[in-house]
Design a protein around this ligand. Structure first.
Ligand code: BES
Ligand code: ZN
Length: 691
């Protein structure tokens, strides 16, 4: 499909949307409605419209936000005020529409010309499951500042409150936010759309033994006194609002980078992430200056539902990547890369998520290549592309396209697939290959500079690429090739192929073992990195015999591995193969880790049988108090939608497996030495199963 055809179709879609909107009656005030305001025609045509927000930023937009908040760990609430400095853009506008979810709104006030605050009428609409409740504040005087007094719910979707017992130190409670995609509205009433960017400041009080941090100017030397002030002078979209509080201490990595973590974790984290400064310098040399002053990492408890979150100046990081050998630090490269792709140039709606995640995955790989070499970068590309290929097979053609056309409202927490990340990165690698690295690097640098601190839809990128690449060098990439990457399903035939030498060895070793039962010798596997083990596991058949699993387990101590990337692949295989010895370790794994990517594959394998489903339900109930609401939601959905065949699966009977050491298998004596890359540098650590 050609670009002009796409524009014509988008225009048509906009006309249809307008016609449909015109036919709808205005909802009565008490009605619950999920329908955001009809999209303005120009916005709909360009795709610059966000259906995940009720806000009407073309009428009035938040310019600055000042928070005054109190954290209450007993009540699990945040309460206080949000004061907005407003930019009234439309002369006829007299109302401020905000997004909220499960907030109690106590008061709305407007500042008069003389500085006095007067009450304003407001209305909180019914709750939509996805979007929350629209808050409409009437401001006939178009006040320059409006203030809302509010309180969060203990069930706020964007916050997790952890009892002290769920932290490393066991002495101090912990709380943190996860605002992306649309959870900021559950802890601050906001125009919760990335189309709006604002500066913010905050005054936060907490119990005195708790350190509070935000996605702002955290001071490594701030006294821990329960009274904290922050300022974020760069404009950010709402999904980058972040707060965390707990027993957190700071250790520097360099003059502008460091780690915040619980005291018992901070040294391990500093050692694991010691290359952070080099990563910043490398990215600057490729794409221009780091524009956010400090870059710190905050290590969260293992319940954090993601691997990382690019909160500006303070990336939130799962502890599951601290494995002792720096093998999983591409996650840091990824979150850092967002300081250019995402935080500086931002997708204007979750639909254009590939502008954030695809660009970031590409930049991540470039950082990995610069610091750890081409082979490591290639291995990481092969792993992610194998994942993309298997995910894409199960997707509808529409889902396989990088850029989504306007019209469909989906939960944005579910809308970021491997397509956004890996097909997105692949597209940019294709452009790099065609235009040459020097030219493409200069293009990207120019793109980050041109759109710095702006939020844009895919169409703006397309226009920019038209002018600076396609139009400039017409013989390199045809418009049809460019369009196919953006709007067609599948992987275009023009995709560059990446091969990994190391994976060739892994493939031969796996094949040889499957054929002959002889495991590769320690002289080979001893050199394998996490990436090679991942590839070894991913290439195994869907199920193996108990003898085969035991042989692998004895040789490599997979059950109970402290490397969660390997556990993520091993346990589903064990479940599918009814290898019951792993079940106690599986319970331990899914109860202690809340990172969705790591545990969902195991839950998925479990719910495929009736016995597995019962086991999965048991784990969810045990884990529930420690799970983040996002993880609970995902697991609940999986369990609710499960359709196992009656009587299927092997029930887990603890007594039957407890004493069962993994049977001695016929392994090559050399191979029997534990060879896995392990956390804390101790590959002989007994697994939690007691083996
Ligand atoms: N921004 C994302 C996390 C995110 C995306 C949260 C969409 C909510 C909605 C973050 O940068 C990310 O991509 N994290 C990945 C890291 C990985 C690709 C290296 C993760 O958590 O697994
Ligand atoms: Zn990301």
């Amino acid at each position: 499909m050609t670009l002009s055809r796409i524009l014509r179709l988008a225009a048509l879609a906009a006309l249809v949307a307008l016609a449909v909107a015109a036919c709808k009656r205005e909802p009565t005030p008490a009605a619950t409605t999920a329908a955001p305001a009809p999209k303005p025609q120009a916005a709909a045509e360009s795709g610059d419209y966000d259906e995940h927000s009720y806000a009407e930023p073309d009428k009035v937009a938040i310019d600055d936000l000042a928070l005054d908040l109190a954290l209450d760990f007993d009540a699990r609430t945040i309460s206080g005020t949000a004061t907005y400095t407003l930019d009234w853009r439309d002369d006829t506008a007299t109302a401020l529409v905000l997004d909220t979810r499960d907030l109690t709104i106590e008061r709305a006030e407007g500042e008069g010309a003389g500085g006095a605050w007067q009450p304003l009428q407001f209305e909180l609409a019914g709750r939509d499951d996805l979007l929350g409740s629209k808050l409409t504040i009437q401001a006939p005087e178009r006040n320059a500042r409006i203030r809302v007094s509010y309180r969060t719910s203990p069930e706020a979707s964007g916050l997790q409150w952890l009892e002290a017992s769920m932290t490393e130190g066991k002495a101090t409670p912990f709380m943190f936010s996860q605002s992306q995609a649309i959870h900021a509205r559950s802890w601050v009433p906001l125009q919760d759309t990335p189309r709006v960017r604002y500066t913010y400041s905050a005054h936060v009080t907490s119990p005195v033994d708790v350190m509070v941090l935000m996605s702002a100017d955290n001071d490594p030397a701030a006294p821990r006194d329960g009274d904290y002030s922050f300022r974020m002078p760069q404009r950010i979209p709402s999904y980058l609002m972040a707060i965390a509080a707990g027993d957190l201490v700071f250790k520097p990595i360099s003059a502008r980078a460091g780690v915040w973590a619980e005291p018992s974790t901070v040294d391990r984290a500093v050692a694991e992430f010691e290359d952070t400064e080099k990563m910043i310098a490398t990215t600057e040399s490729l794409y221009g200056p780091y524009r956010w002053e400090r870059y710190d990492l905050l290590i969260l408890p293992p319940s954090f539902p993601y691997g990382g979150m690019e909160n500006p100046r303070l990336s939130f990081i799962t502890p599951t990547v601290i494995v002792g050998d720096k093998s999983l630090v591409s996650l840091i490269a990824h979150e850092l890369a967002h300081s250019w792709s995402g935080n500086l140039v931002t997708n204007s709606s979750a639909k254009d998520g590939w502008l954030n995640e695809g660009f970031t995955s590409y930049v991540e790989n470039r950082i990995v290549e610069a610091l750890y070499g081409k082979e490591r970068a290639d291995m990481e590309y092969v792993i992610s592309r194998n994942g993309l290929k298997s995910e894409i097979e199960r997707m509808s053609p529409e889902e396989q396209a990088l850029a989504v056309r306007p019209g469909v409202v989906k939960d944005p927490d579910d809308s970021l697939s491997a397509v956004s990340y890996d097909k997105g990165a692949w597209f940019l690698q294709f452009l790099e290959e065609r235009y040459g690295r020097a030219e493409f690097d200069a293009f990207l640098r120019g793109y980050f500079d041109h759109f710095a601190f702006q939020s844009i839809p895919t169409t703006r990128f397309v226009e920019y690429a038209q002018e600076h690449l396609l139009g400039k060098y017409p013989d390199k990439v045809t418009p049809e090739e460019f369009d196919a990457w953006l709007y067609e399903p599948g992987i275009p035939g023009s995709a560059p192929q990446v091969m990994s030498r190391n994976f060739g060895v892994v493939d031969s070793a796996r094949l040889a073992w499957l054929g002959s039962g002889t495991l590769p010798p320690q002289s080979i596997t001893g050199e394998w990195s996490t990436q090679e083990w991942i590839h070894f596991l991913e290439g195994l058949p869907d199920t193996l015999s108990i003898e085969q699993l035991s042989q692998l387990d004895t040789a490599y101590r997979l059950t109970g591995t402290p490397n969660a990337e390997l556990a993520q692949r091993w346990y589903p295989l064990a479940v599918r193969s009814s290898y019951m010895q792993t079940y106690p370790a599986i319970a331990d794994f899914v109860r202690t880790i809340g990172r969705r990517k790591l545990i969902m594959p195991t839950y998925q394998a479990l719910v495929a049988t009736e016995a597995g489903l019962a086991f999965a339900k048991e784990q969810l109930e045990a884990a529930r108090p420690g799970y983040h609401p996002i993880t609970t939601g995902s697991v609940e959905k999986l369990i609710a939608e499960a359709k196992p065949a009656p009587g299927s699966g092997t029930p887990f009977l603890p007594a039957a497996v407890e004493p069962a050491a993994v049977p001695e298998a016929d392994v090559d004596a050399e191979a029997a030495t534990p060879a896995m890359p392990a956390a804390d540098g101790d590959p002989t650590r007994p697994a939690p199963t007691g083996r």
